[in-house]
Design a protein around this ligand. Structure first.
Ligand code: NI
Length: 196
């Protein structure tokens, strides 16, 4: 379909709460998902939410690249980009992890973000199937990051230590040396940051 412009932090649409979508068969939803797929493929991120292309609908695409899954890959395998509609989630337990995140709407920067380590989430896929997943690690992280976009929340709003927020190049040594984080997982990262 089309590669769309990704809007950036400061645009008020990134702070809006998005509306549910009717169903996977809706032509507008299909077009929207294709645009999300085309757009994220063009920039090489791990996920992208509809509000990031200025569409305030509860849809995102996400992926877990090989090697990013903290769980055994048999139980929780990596997957290529897929869409989730009208998601919801809750934490499992009280464990939090602090992981570096990046965002295509906040290019060039990264931050260490605390979030629940394990979650259970639900939603509808593009075949119309109800999805229910229990997961942790990168998978749980990318889900929560993309879900937050549907609620108008950007990752810096979740941060507790703003000293761990900055430009990729400047933070890369700190990220390696200090390890305030369990892994170097990042969502939506540019290739440059992924190497961090
Ligand atoms: Ni993002």
């Amino acid at each position: 379909m089309a590669i769309r412009d990704i809007i950036r932090m400061g645009d008020p649409r990134l702070l809006a709460v998005s509306d549910p979508v009717p169903n996977h068969d809706d032509p507008e939803v299909k077009d929207l998902v294709q645009d999300l797929m085309d757009t994220v493929a063009s920039v090489g991120g791990a996920g992208l939410a509809a509000p990031q292309i200025g569409v305030l609908k509860r849809v995102f695409v996400y992926s877990v690249p090989p090697g990013r899954s903290l769980d055994t890959e048999e139980q929780d395998p990596p997957f290529t980009m897929k869409a989730l509609l009208n998601p919801s989630w809750e934490p499992i337990g009280t464990e939090q992890s602090v992981i570096w995140e990046g965002c295509l709407s906040i290019p060039g920067l990264r931050g260490a973000v605390p979030r629940p380590e394990r979650i259970r989430y639900r939603g509808t896929d593009m075949d119309g199937n109800r999805v229910e997943v229990e997961t942790g690690g990168f998978h749980a992280r990318v889900f929560q990051h993309e879900y937050d976009h549907l609620e108008g929340i950007l990752y810096p709003m979740r941060m507790e230590d703003m000293r761990l927020f900055g430009f990729n190049e400047e933070l890369s040594d700190l990220a390696r040396a200090q390890r305030p984080v369990k892994t170097e997982a990042e969502t939506e990262v540019e290739t440059e940051a992924a190497r961090g």
